[in-house]
Structure formats: structure tokens, C-alpha cells
Design a protein around this ligand. Structure first.
Ligand code: GDP
Ligand code: MG
Length: 376
């Protein structure tokens, strides 16, 4: 969502979430762990910033974080909180939860390196007791892999080293009797498409989607604006996606399809067209789900919503033979193939997104008309 901070007047106070009525529709993610593990670096990368960008968290401070600092995501309605380390002189565990405002977090990311500390385990257990989701994030994996490579240049194998580190980390989590997911990342901007960083980012975006859905369901009069803003944000996302086309799209139709289907599912969720959201809208406004679905299908053929994989495969297969034929011509043919694929994917994503925008607006119109009929 673009400019959601300005839209809701959130820039006026760092503590807006204490009083703002919309606050419950914003996701809160606390990031903790020992100093120097890369909290600030990861926060910046999750926000798409480097430490040199305006508004970025400062990186490489030698002292432990002493304050609880919010960093709103520029495009999604969630805030990343840079938290002090528990069990440090100024933040003993007795007062830690109160001082960080524990109640507001949806997710807690606990950054770790080689060993999960007793303090981390205590915090994760407290979070569990209070129904908060905890994710363990093993950072600086780039450094560890490089060390392995330097130490064992002849036998080094990235997949094996990675697996060893993953198993060790997951083993420690299990031993502590915690059921938390583990993400292995490097928080540096240049590594955001590697290891588990994309999954971690996706997890946080999903949180934002859930929060946003709650808002649209609760406040229909606000929903049109929200739909338009999300449409704008997703258009931007398509542009970013297209910048990575050679990297993101796989060598086969199947791997390419998987990537695209994930994107389309994300559009669907963001546009509130998924089954869960439709059901909620149906329950709240007392309109049969089938009628809401009819509004969607009048804007976009049913298979785009119900089975996007098939539509995408068909579209890709249509140009696949053309791309194969082009590849016969050396160099120029490969470039031509990429251009054909690029144009096809871009046009398809834009078409689907525009269709979903129209579908979401149709659903909204239906609800608003229904509400006005009920009033008269
Ligand atoms: N190699 C590598 N260095 C990192 C990574 N994350 C952070 N750093 C470096 O580690 C130092 C401390 O990072 P910072 O984000 O300030 O840690 P914080 O104290 O937990 O906020 C800085 O020099 C960062 O550049 C990473 O994933 N890989
Ligand atoms: Mg820091």
C-alpha cells in the first residue's frame, strides 16, 4: 500500500499506534537478538533500503540498541521494530516485555548466529505463551559459507554446508522444545534474493495482507481507496518482478509457471478475492458468496481466479514454440526469446491485475448497493 503512513496521518507521532484507530490493522514485527548480528541491516533490506538511504536504520553501531525504534515498511502496512537485546544491563528480562510493548507484536524475529542463547529461548517461550508467532532467523550465512569455502577449498559444497547449518539451528530450536520456523539469511541488500530471505519477506507480506483484509472487511467506505492504492502498489511490484525476469523465470515452463502463479495468488489476496475474504464479506454483509463470485467473474474469467496455473501454462506454451524457434539463431535468437517471454509475462500480469482490480471494485459496489437497499 502506497503512502499508508501519510494517509492515516501516522507520520505525526512515533507512537501513533497507541492511539490511532487503524492501528489494529497494521502488522507489527519485533526484531531482536544480540548486538552486531545484523538487526538493523535486515530491517533495512526488508524495507528495500541500504544503510545509506534516507530513513534507514543505522548500521554498525558498537553499542547495544537502547531504544525501541519503529521502521514502517514503505509499501506494506507493517512496521519493523528494532528492539534492544534482552538480558543486557539496561534491559533485564524482568522488565523487558513491558518496555518493548510486547502486546503489540504479531511476529517476533529472533536473530541468532551459531548458538541460540538461553535468553532467546526464554523470549521465544514467553512469546508462545502470549500467542505470538516467533521466527528464528540465522543471519550472516554469507560469512559462514565464505569461511567454509576458505577453510576447505577442495571439498567445499554450498548445499552441504547450508544443510549442516540449517540442521544445527533447527536442532537447537527443537531441543529447546520450541516449534518455531527457522530462516537462514544474509541480511545484506545484495543477498536478498538468496537463501531464505525471499521466504522471510513473503511471510511478513502475508501478515500485512491479513491485516489489510481485516480493514477492508470492517470499513467498506474506505475500501475503494484501499483497492486503488493496492492496485498501484502491485503495479510497482510487477515492475520490480520484471527487472528480475532472467533470474526469476526458470528455464522450463513449469518453473516459470510456479513463480507466476505465486504472484497471481498474491494479487488475489491483496485484492480481497480469495475464498476466506469473500466468506467474511458474505457473513458480515449477508450477501451469498455466489453473488459476490458472480461480481468477480463478470470482470475476469473464472479460471483466472480459480485455476490461474492453467491459464498461465497455456499462455506460456503459446509462445514457447516461438521462443524455441528463435533460439536456433545464435545470440540474437536468445535475446529475441527473452524479449518474447518478457513481453508475454508483463502483459499477462498487467491484464490479470487490472481484471482483479475491476473484480474487487465490482464486489465493493455490490456491497455498497446492498447496504443502501437495506437502509431504505
Ligand atoms: N557479511 C554480513 N555482514 C552483515 C550481515 N548483516 C549485518 N552485517 C554487518 O554486521 C555489522 C553489524 O550489523 P548491524 O545491522 O548494525 O547489527 P545490529 O547491531 O544487530 O543492528 C555491520 O558491519 C553489518 O554490515 C550479513 O548478513 N552478512
Ligand atoms: Mg542496530
Amino acid at each position: 500500500m502506497d503512502n499508508w503512513i501519510t494517509e492515516f496521518g501516522m507520520e505525526d507521532s512515533l507512537y501513533w499506534m497507541d492511539w490511532l484507530p487503524m492501528a489494529e490493522n497494521v502488522g507489527h514485527v519485533g526484531i531482536t537478538g544480540k548486538g552486531g548480528l545484523g538487526k538493523s541491516t535486515s530491517i533495512n533490506s526488508l524495507r528495500g533500503l541500504t544503510h545509506l538511504d534516507e530513513g534507514a536504520a543505522s548500521v554498525g553501531n558498537l553499542t547495544e540498541t537502547q531504544s525501541v525504534d519503529p521502521y514502517p515498511h514503505p509499501h506494506y502496512p507493517f512496521v519493523l521494530w528494532d528492539l534492544p537485546t534482552v538480558d543486557t544491563p539496561n534491559f533485564p528480562r524482568q522488565t523487558y516485555l513491558k518496555r518493548i510493548g510486547f502486546h503489540k507484536y504479531d511476529y517476533l524475529l529472533v536473530l541468532t548466529r551459531t548458538r541460540i542463547t538461553e535468553s532467546d529461548i526464554w523470549l521465544a517461550k514467553e512469546a508462545g505463551v502470549h500467542n505470538k508467532r516467533v521466527l528464528f532467523v540465522r543471519t550472516k550465512i554469507d560469512e559462514d559459507l565464505q569461511n567454509d569455502k576458505d577453510g576447505f577449498p577442495f571439498t567445499y559444497n554450498e548445499a552441504k554446508s547450508l544443510q549442516k547449518i540449517r540442521s544445527a539451528c533447527e536442532g537447537q530450536v527443537q531441543k529447546a522444545d520450541l516449534a518455531c520456523q527457522v530462516f537462514i539469511i544474509s541480511g545484506r541488500m545484495k543477498n536478498v534474493s538468496k537463501w531464505d530471505f525471499p521466504e522471510l519477506r513473503m511471510k511478513l507480506e502475508e501478515l500485512a495482507v491479513m491485516k489489510c483484509q481485516a480493514m477492508v472487511v470492517a470499513i467498506p467506505s474506505k475500501a475503494k481507496e484501499v483497492i486503488e492504492q493496492r492496485h498501484k502498489a502491485l503495479r510497482k511490484r510487477i515492475n520490480i518482478f520484471m527487472c528480475h525476469v532472467p533470474m526469476l523465470l526458470g528455464p522450463t515452463v513449469t518453473s516459470t509457471t510456479k513463480r507466476l502463479v505465486n504472484e497471481v495468488y498474491l494479487f488475489k489476496k491483496w485484492m480481497n478475492l480469495d475464498t476466506v475474504c469473500l466468506q467474511k464479506l458474505s457473513d458480515i454483509h449477508d450477501i451469498p458468496v455466489k453473488q459476490l463470485q458472480a461480481c468477480i467473474y463478470s470482470a475476469l474469467p473464472a479460471q483466472y481466479i480459480d485455476d490461474p496455473a492453467e491459464v498461465i501454462i497455456n499462455e506460456l506454451l503459446r509462445v514457447d514454440s516461438l521462443i524455441r524457434a528463435a533460439r536456433i539463431i545464435p545470440i540474437f535468437g536468445t535475446i529475441l526469446g527473452v524479449i518474447i517471454l518478457y513481453t508475454t509475462v508483463y502483459k499477462m500480469l498487467i491484464r490479470i491485475l487490472n481484471g482483479m482490480r475491476k473484480a474487487a471494485l465490482n464486489v465493493l459496489d455490490k456491497i455498497l448497493i446492498h447496504q443502501s437497499l437495506c437502509k431504505t
